[in-house]
Design a protein around this ligand. Structure first.
Ligand code: GLA
Length: 392
């Protein structure tokens, strides 16, 4: 199996050259925001529940300079495309499509909230792999938001930023995601996982240093083709919201674990019952994971990760054969726990492994893939990185 190279240490340098080549001038500044993995707490965010993501070292870097008119010119080094949109186009959700919708969406969300967003020239470079469920779109939104907030001196409190970036994605790009990915990209801290209450948006940085415990988090890109992701995601969200209405609670967060059996009795659709059971038990698994990390018992979170995967596979039904195969093979090869991370229907698997066995476990996953005739996966190990920031 191929190991991904070190995340581009020199992206920040590269983006200056890219900007200069595109615009013939030096940028006023540079900003960066990371992709993320979610340690545990899947499809809980839009149910007002708990999540525990951490930021990846892979990030999106934006170089930018303000201009005097409401006009945004954006170069993507990843796609080799330049797009331009003006204020009127930014004000029409859906007008700019593709990757540009995440940039225009941020401009829209800021303008819609009444902020005097400056026009700008931007150049973007990234080593967050797109389409791998590592939140490349949230990294782009968060990097652009951070850049525009600084360039315009908008005085935007960091607490308010994730919800704005989420609105960009929900309304402008049309993806009904929760707030986890944008919160992770903006608010994570190196060496920590982000324990976020998605209702209050209260958060706590939980120390998470697998290397200090002789461990590693292996991130395996399943390479499964993402199919119908937005439609299936929206269907899961709608099922959860209708279950909450049927149960007479504001959100499934309000179904306590000891009230789960009674709540399930009140629902007559078996599929909906399983969706509810996933969300309620997953919230509990996040709380238990946080308690174990606080107690410094990192390997003990493994069984919770695996239980989360089983719940996603059997109750929420968002896994695919590739990720199930990767999880099973990682566990057979000695991982303490393994689970799919992110929205599902492909994407990445996390495995908690002894640091000196990362390669062995990855090889075992590759061997299982060969047996199944799947496209070989790609892997790397990830330590918790920093959230969005200006680069000096
Ligand atoms: C995607 C969404 C998030 C979250 C996860 C599942 O990453 O963007 O808001 O719902 O799926 O946990």
């Amino acid at each position: 199996m191929a190991e991904r190279g070190e995340p581009g240490a020199d992206l920040a340098t590269q983006v200056i050259r890219v900007f200069e080549r595109q615009y013939g001038e030096t940028p006023a500044g540079r900003w960066a925001a990371p992709g993320r993995v979610n340690l545990i707490g899947e499809h809980t965010d839009y149910n007002d529940g708990f999540v525990l993501p951490f930021a990846l070292p892979q990030r999106t870097v934006v170089a930018a300079t303000p201009v005097d008119e409401p006009l945004w010119t954006v170069w993507s080094e990843q796609t080799g495309e330049r797009i331009t949109f003006d204020g009127e186009q930014a004000d029409k959700p859906g007008h700019v499509t593709g990757w540009g919708s995440y940039v225009a969406g941020v401009v829209w969300a800021l303008r819609d909230a009444g902020h005097p967003v400056p026009g700008a020239r931007l150049a973007i470079a990234s080593d967050v792999p797109p389409g791998a469920g590592l939140s490349s779109s949230a990294a782009l939104e968060s990097a652009v938001l951070t850049a525009l907030a600084d360039l315009g001196r908008l005085g935007l409190p960091v607490e308010a930023r994730p919800a704005l970036a989420q609105r960009a994605e929900n309304v402008y790009a049309g993806m009904p995601c929760g707030v986890m990915d944008q919160a992770a990209s903006i608010r994570c801290r190196a060496g920590h996982a982000l324990f976020l209450d998605c209702r209050s948006l209260d958060l706590e940085h939980i120390p998470f240093d697998p290397a200090a415990a002789g461990l590693a988090v292996l991130v395996i890109d399943s390479r499964a083709p993402h199919r119908h992701v937005t439609g299936e995601y929206a269907a899961r969200r709608a099922a959860c919201e209708s279950a909450a209405r049927a149960l007479g609670v504001p959100a499934l967060r309000d179904v306590p674990l000891d009230g789960l059996a009674a709540a399930l009795d009140r629902l007559d659709d078996d599929v909906v019952r399983r969706r509810v059971r996933h969300v309620v038990t997953e919230n509990q698994r996040v709380l238990e994971t946080v308690a174990l990390l606080r107690a410094g018992d990192v390997t003990a979170i493994g069984p919770l990760m695996t239980a989360s995967h089983v719940s996603m596979r059997d109750d929420f039904e968002i896994t695919v054969p590739e990720v199930d195969t990767a999880v099973a093979a990682a566990l057979s090869a000695g991982a303490y726990g393994a689970r799919m991370t992110g929205g599902g229907f492909g994407g990445c698997v996390l495995a908690l492994v002894d640091a000196d066995r990362a390669e062995t476990v990855a090889d075992a996953v590759t061997a299982a893939y060969v047996d199944h005739g799947f496209t070989p996966p790609v892997w790397f190990t990830a330590a918790p990185g920093a959230g969005a920031t200006a680069l000096s």
